[in-house]
Design a protein around this ligand. Sequence first.
Ligand code: FES
Length: 50
Amino acid sequence: MPTLKIDGIQVSVPEGATILDAARKCGVRIPTLCYLEGLSPMGACRVCMV
Ligand code: FES
């Protein structure tokens, strides 16, 4: 399980998780527009930049 730090907060996420998933898991809010949970990430709007 990969472990990383976001804004100084250490978080472990399952293999294949996105940076957005990790940020949400540790309570860091990243604004999104085209991201919809359960659908494949498409990165079309460039709002989240991750
Ligand atoms: S929410 Fe659209 S690119 Fe991330």
